[in-house]
Design a protein around this ligand. Structure first.
Ligand SMILES: [Ca+2]
Ligand SMILES: [Ca+2]
Length: 277
C-alpha cells in the first residue's frame, strides 16, 4: 500500500514535470488608475482642462455641457488574455444640483490629455483635447464633444459624492477586450449625461483622485516551446523560434526559461523542451 502510494506520487511528479512547460491560466484582477483624464466644455470649445484638479461631466444649470475623457494603460493585462468583466470607479467630489444619469462610452479617436487648468479649463495649445478637437490644431472630432462607438458600455445614476461605479456589462467587457487585443486602438472612455442640471465633479489624476478601471481576466494558456502556436511542441517550432529570436520581440511561447525576455538564454531551454517531447 505504502509502495503503491510512493509509485503514485512518483508518477504524479513525472506528469507534473511534463505539464511544467504549460502556464496554467487562472482568473486575475487588475486595478488601473487613469493614465490621462481631461474635460471638454461646450461653451468654451477651444478650452482644455487636462491639468485640472478635477474633471466635470454632465449638463450645468445654464445648459452648458461637459464631457470627461479617460484613458487607461492596459499593458498589465497579458496579450491574448480573455476579459470577463470591467468596472469603472469614479471619485465624485461634488454634485452641482441633483446629479443624474451618466453614460459611459468607448472613444473612437486618439485625443490629447493636455495640461490646462481652471473650472472651465483654459485655452488649449497644440495637441490638446477640446470640445471641437481631439487634438487641438490637428484632429477635429467628427462630432463635437468627442466621438465614440455607438454601444452604451454602462450607465450610472450619480446623486451622491464618494465612489460611484459604472458596473460591468457585456458591451463594457467587449470594449475592454478590444483594447487589450489592439492597444493601438485603445482611446479610452467618455463620460457624459443627457440629464438636465446634472453636472458633477469627478476626481482627476492631478487631483490625486483618478478614476480606476477594475478588470477581471484570464491570461492565455502558454505552452512553452510551442512558438508556432499550433498546440504542440515539435520540430516545426524551430524555425518559428529562430524567427522570434531574430526579430527580438517578446513571444511568451519562446521565453522558454521564463526570464520575461526572449534571448539566447532561451536556446538551451527550448532544446530541453524539444528533447522532452
Ligand atoms: Ca488630467
Ligand atoms: Ca508548435
Amino acid at each position: 500500500m505504502k509502495l503503491s502510494l510512493q509509485l503514485l506520487l512518483f508518477a504524479a511528479a513525472m506528469i507534473t514535470a511534463q505539464l511544467g512547460v504549460t502556464s496554467n491560466a487562472h482568473a486575475q484582477q487588475i486595478s488601473v488608475t487613469a493614465s490621462a483624464d481631461t474635460t471638454v466644455y461646450s461653451n468654451a470649445v477651444n478650452n482644455n482642462g487636462g491639468g485640472h484638479s478635477f474633471g466635470i461631466a454632465g449638463i450645468a444649470n445654464n445648459g452648458n455641457r461637459r464631457n470627461m475623457l479617460l484613458l487607461f494603460d492596459l499593458s498589465g493585462i497579458t496579450p491574448g488574455a480573455t476579459v470577463s468583466s470591467a468596472r469603472l470607479d469614479t471619485n465624485i467630489s461634488q454634485i452641482g444640483n441633483a446629479g443624474g444619469n451618466f453614460e459611459l462610452y468607448q472613444i473612437d479617436t486618439a485625443w490629447g490629455e493636455g495640461n490646462k487648468t481652471g473650472n472651465q479649463g483654459s485655452a488649449a495649445t497644440a495637441g490638446e483635447a477640446t470640445w471641437n478637437e481631439a487634438a487641438f490644431g490637428t484632429t477635429t472630432w467628427p462630432t463635437p464633444g468627442g466621438t465614440f462607438f455607438a454601444p452604451l458600455l454602462s450607465n450610472a445614476s450619480i446623486t451622491t459624492v464618494g465612489v460611484n461605479s459604472f458596473s460591468t456589462t457585456a458591451n463594457f467587457t467587449t470594449a475592454v477586450q478590444a483594447m487589450v487585443d489592439d492597444p493601438a486602438q485603445n482611446f479610452g472612455f467618455l463620460i457624459s449625461s443627457q440629464s438636465p442640471n446634472s453636472a458633477i465633479r469627478i476626481g482627476s489624476r492631478e487631483g490625486g483622485a483618478a478614476a480606476t478601471l477594475v478588470v477581471d481576466f484570464t491570461p492565455a494558456t502558454v505552452i512553452k516551446g510551442d512558438v508556432d502556436m499550433d498546440g504542440d511542441v515539435d520540430f516545426s517550432d524551430i524555425p518559428a523560434f529562430i524567427a522570434v529570436l531574430q526579430a527580438g520581440t517578446f513571444v511568451a511561447e519562446a521565453d522558454c526559461d521564463c526570464s520575461t525576455v526572449v534571448d539566447f538564454g532561451d536556446i538551451p531551454a527550448f532544446i530541453a523542451i524539444l528533447q522532452g517531447q
